[in-house]
Design a protein around this ligand. Structure first.
Ligand code: NDP
Length: 249
């Protein structure tokens, strides 16, 4: 590995920071000396495990329960960040859920829950972040989307639509804030081994693996590398793009 870029004195807000991909992203930022505000939905056990595993960085992170789809909770989160931290430098919109069903069988709630968390959550968090970042004329926003946004995937109309919506939001916001030195990009992980896909049956997982040209699932760390790159100085001229980390999907 080359020399790791440091994020010393930067504040990084990560949604879904306590499990899976978000947890790896948070860990890498902690190793790179950043201050982390990690948000999660309600799994306190996972949050406690994160805290235990990262005890060595205890003075540089806090974990907060906040539903990213709830306008009031997100507003309260940002009031706290504005009061406590000198700036907000990086936002990673990573919180995401799936509620799979064929569209003909998909309930209104399955549709709404996924759109609310994945897309409305991204909007609410990005809006508040941009207001803070504009004050300092600096910022990096990274939204975690998915290749299904452009490929489609049976049983995931709600999820695919929410992820395609994130890409469109990213490209639009990138144009709106470019002159404030705020970049907005997506990272698009392929199949990554996390709780997110752990529930699937083994035959299905084997089938998915065959779809990946590299014939393996990715790791949360491999996604985190791409996020740290886009958050760093080397990516200063990159905005409105989607960086796929998918083994060639
Ligand atoms: P996990 O299910 O492992 O973790 C999800 C995290 O998001 C948890 O920390 C969870 O909190 C949090 N979260 C969920 N809903 C909310 C909410 N409403 N408000 C705040 N936090 C919330 O997911 P992954 O790590 O696998 O996925 C992370 C992102 O990557 C998602 O956006 C997903 O769509 C995307 N992705 C994942 C792929 C994969 O193969 N794993 C492939 C492509 C994209 P809690 O623990 O409290 O529930």
């Amino acid at each position: 590995m080359g020399i790791m870029e440091k994020f010393t004195d930067q504040t990084v807000l990560i949604s879904g920071a306590t499990r899976g991909i978000g947890k790896a992203i948070a860990r890498r930022f902690l190793e790179a000396e950043a201050h982390i505000v990690g948000v999660y939905a309600g799994n306190n056990e996972a949050a406690q495990l994160f805290a235990d595993e990262n005890r060595q960085f205890a003075d540089r992170f806090e974990l907060l329960q906040c539903n990213v789809a709830d306008e009031q909770q997100v507003a309260a989160l940002f009031t706290r960040i504005d009061e406590k931290y000198p700036s907000l430098d990086v936002l990673v919109n990573n919180a995401g859920i799936r509620r799979d069903a064929m569209l003909a069988m998909m309930s209104y709630n399955q549709w709404q829950d996924v759109l609310n968390t994945n897309l409305t959550g991204t909007y609410l968090m990005a809006k508040q972040a941009v207001l803070l970042m504009m004050k300092h004329k600096y910022g990096r926003i990274i939204n975690i989307t998915s290749p299904v946004a452009h490929l489609g995937f049976s049983g995931q109309a709600n999820y695919a639509a929410s992820k395609a919506g994130q890409v469109a939001l990213t490209k639009t916001l990138a144009k709106e804030v470019a002159r404030k030195k705020i970049t907005v990009n997506c990272v698009s992980p392929g199949f990554i081994s996390t709780d997110f896909i752990a529930g699937l049956d083994l035959d299905l997982l084997a089938e998915y693996k065959k779809m990946v040209p590299m014939r393996r699932f990715g790791t949360p760390d491999e996604v985190a590398e791409a996020v740290l790159f886009l958050a760093g100085n080397r990516a200063a001229y990159i905005s409105g793009t989607v960086l796929e980390v998918s083994g060639g999907l």
